[in-house]
Write a protein that binds this ligand. Structure first.
Ligand SMILES: [Zn+2]
Ligand SMILES: [Zn+2]
Length: 436
């Protein structure tokens, strides 16, 4: 711990500085300053926008607390290690999952000739400083400052972070939600929150004004559509994010699809399943999860890819936004044969191939353009709280101040919370500081 480095800045309250995901999604990062130490809550990267990391402005950090493995929260972590060596606290499965995603992002950057804002040695320093902690266990990591992880129900190991400081005789607390889901899914229990009484909440705003289709109805519609596709002699190509979404979709397929249907799993999701086998308590029902894994065949290599795409079957694979991974191989084969249908299962960010498909534009593949002739359908198996769930969570915690981040309508969300909820709510701009 190098807390001494930040001593004596004369701050007599908790100060939040918004270094990313401010009125946008990507590079999540909030600096929390107690006057005695400075902590980064997340340090993400804008993966689909030139790998941009938070501008840390030569800020020194005594620790980082990571909410979950997704790269928009973790991708910029190595940047913290350019000049320093602070601990990064997170839950147990977040370590191997973040490592997996960072390794993949470095590999992709190398293949595509993109530059990352850090060096390999910075990543290696981070790996040595990962420090795992369980949920629901307050940890005083510096005299007078503690934090606790709350299960966020978003992906396995995801956490909301309650940070408390008793610096200079005053007790102040902030709850950083990270990404969360208050709805129970097949894979995970719903998010948990601290009781009434926190001073401030930093809340994600992804679905600030959108409700989700009721989950059972969405699952039924998805399965009916997959079954129709198979009955027509087509291959169902299901694109899915490696961490969380693939495992959720696996459980849906296992529960509702005819047990004789040949189903394959390809891409990075395979490794995530292997990681989760080491952390069985981080999924809701491990037996159901293990059964779902057993019901799938893992795809191994290009020859097998070519072979399985010849017959009607279900192929669940990465990437979730058609940006890379085995899905591109399948797309090429099935687009040519005219025997496939694409199922998108998550949000498609602007500029990605997934978004281009939805907008009827050609995809960017291997440096050229690809006109997709296959039919496609979009099912939003969201792992984020809906508009109502966001407001319910805030009302339950009843904070003095609310800061809306991680969304494309943060400003309107803050305004709505002020006018209809009576909260002192803000949508901080990049770099903005607030005392609590
Ligand atoms: Zn996330
Ligand atoms: Zn996120």
């Amino acid at each position: 711990m190098n807390g001494i480095s930040t001593l004596g800045r004369g701050i007599d309250f908790l100060e939040l500085r918004f270094l990313g995901a401010a009125r946008e999604v990507g590079k999540s990062c909030v600096a929390v300053d107690t006057g005695e130490l400075r902590v980064a809550l997340d340090c993400g990267m804008k993966v689909h926008d030139h790998n941009e990391a938070p501008a840390l402005d030569k800020l020194r950090f005594d620790a980082c607390i990571l909410s979950h493995a997704h790269l928009d929260h973790s991708g910029g972590l190595p940047v913290l290690y350019k000049h320093e060596n602070p601990p990064t606290f997170c839950t147990f499965p977040t370590i191997p999952m973040t490592t997996l995603l960072l390794e993949d992002s470095e590999k992709l950057a190398q293949i595509n000739g993109h530059e990352l804002p850090y060096r390999r040695t910075d990543t290696m320093k981070l790996y040595r400083k990962f420090t795992p902690l369980p949920y629901n266990t307050p940890y005083e990591f510096f005299e007078g400052s503690s934090f606790e992880f709350y299960d966020a129900g978003h992906i396995p190991g995801s956490a909301g972070i309650l940070f408390e400081s008793k610096a200079q005789g005053k007790k102040k607390s902030v709850f950083y939600t990270g990404d969360f889901n208050s709805g129970e899914t097949r894979l995970l229990p719903k998010a948990k929150f601290p009781r009434d009484g926190v001073n401030a909440v930093v809340v994600e705003s992804t679905y600030a004004f959108r409700e989700h289709t009721e989950r059972a109805a969405l699952e039924r519609k998805f399965i009916n559509s997959v079954e129709d596709c198979l009955a027509d002699g087509y291959t169902a190509l299901v694109s899915s994010f490696a961490v969380g979404r693939s495992q959720e979709v696996m459980l849906v397929l296992k529960s509702l699809l005819h047990s004789k249907t040949k189903t394959y799993l390809d891409g990075m999701s395979q490794k995530v399943c292997t990681i989760l086998a080491d952390y069985p308590s981080y999924v809701k029902n491990y037996k159901a999860f293990a059964d779902a894994v057993k019901s799938l065949s893992f795809v191994n290599g290009g020859a097998m890819r070519k072979r399985i795409a010849q017959k009607p079957c279900v192929i669940l694979t990465t990437s979730g936004m058609l940006e890379g991974g085995p899905i591109l191989n399948y797309l090429k084969t099935l687009n040519k044969s005219g025997k496939g249908k694409i199922f998108l299962t998550g949000f498609q960010v602007e500029g990605t191939n997934g978004r281009k498909l939805l907008d009827g534009e050609p995809l960017s593949v291997d440096g050229g353009e690809m006109d997709v002739q296959m039919p496609f359908e979009h099912f939003d198996f969201s792992a984020h709280a809906s508009a109502k769930q966001l407001r319910d969570a805030i009302r339950r915690m009843n904070p003095e101040k609310v800061f809306c981040v991680h969304g494309d309508s943060c400003g309107a969300f803050a305004e709505d919370l002020r006018e209809n909820g009576g909260f002192d709510a803000f949508a901080p701009a990049l770099g903005e500081k607030h005392a609590i």
